[in-house]
Design a protein around this ligand. Structure first.
Ligand SMILES: Nc1ncnc2c1ncn2[C@@H]1O[C@H](COP(=O)(O)OP(=O)(O)OP(=O)(O)O)[C@@H](O)[C@H]1O
Length: 206
């Protein structure tokens, strides 16, 4: 799966957040999008996942040499991000069921395996609104990692996680990011140290 950007820029009102990005996210590569708070990492991720149109430039998706329509891309990606809401009035069981109505489980995974990964077996009927912020973050990550999509997008993946949670995140990366194009937006080294490819938003400010 490739995502190629030709002269991509995005502005809000008169302010350019970034521009002139010529870059290709290739195959099952591991990429970090880096920058200070407010630099535009999430904005770029939203452009990459099709939820925000670029102000200029051309974005192309391609899988095994075949062009992918922009409308189809959402089926091919999993996203965990602070601005992505979980459904507060669902129980954990209902949240997992709901998510996997739209996405397939990765091979060998099912609802019980997702709950096991979360170590929340005793909370299967607990409403998500009663989860702590760390539990909600784990839930978002587990749903993204356990879905069978060729693209994994993670924005600030360890926000609200303690050191044990960070180790848990890194174990999921090892187990579930293989053969997937993985893009991590971050400014914390421990979140993206496994990514050999790095795109710095600061290089596209002008
Ligand atoms: N819908 C919007 N309208 C106007 N400005 C916006 C909008 N969304 C984002 N911005 C601005 O774009 C800039 C980049 O924001 P963005 O959230 O992409 O940064 P970030 O690098 O992800 O930050 P952080 O590390 O704090 O999450 C900020 O100045 C922000 O205020």
């Amino acid at each position: 799966m490739n995502i190629s950007l030709q002269n991509i820029g995005r502005r809000f009102n008169r302010e350019w957040i970034f521009r002139g990005i010529d870059y290709t996210f290739k195959n099952a590569g591991k990429y970090a999008v880096l920058g200070a708070n407010g630099s535009g990492k999430s904005t770029l991720l939203q452009v990459l996942n099709g939820s925000l149109a670029p102000s200029v430039g051309v974005l192309k998706y391609e899988d095994f040499g075949k062009d992918i329509e922009h409308g189809e891309i959402f089926n091919l990606l999993s996203l965990a991000a602070p601005y992505l809401e979980v459904i507060e009035d669902f129980s954990l069981n209902e949240m997992i069921d709901f998510h996997f109505k739209f996405k397939k489980f990765k091979v060998g995974m099912d609802k019980n395996a997702v709950a096991d990964i979360l170590s929340l077996d005793g909370s299967r009927n607990k409403l998500v609104k009663y989860f702590s912020s760390g539990m909600k973050q784990r839930l978002k990550l587990a749903l993204a990692f356990c879905a069978d999509t060729p693209i994994l997008m993670l924005d600030e993946p360890t926000s609200n996680l303690d050191t044990q949670g960070i180790d848990w995140y890194l174990s999921l990366v090892e187990k579930f990011s293989e053969n997937r194009l993985t893009i991590v937006c971050s400014n914390q080294e421990h979140e993206y140290s496994f990514c050999p490819n790095r795109l710095r938003i600061a290089d596209y400010k002008s």
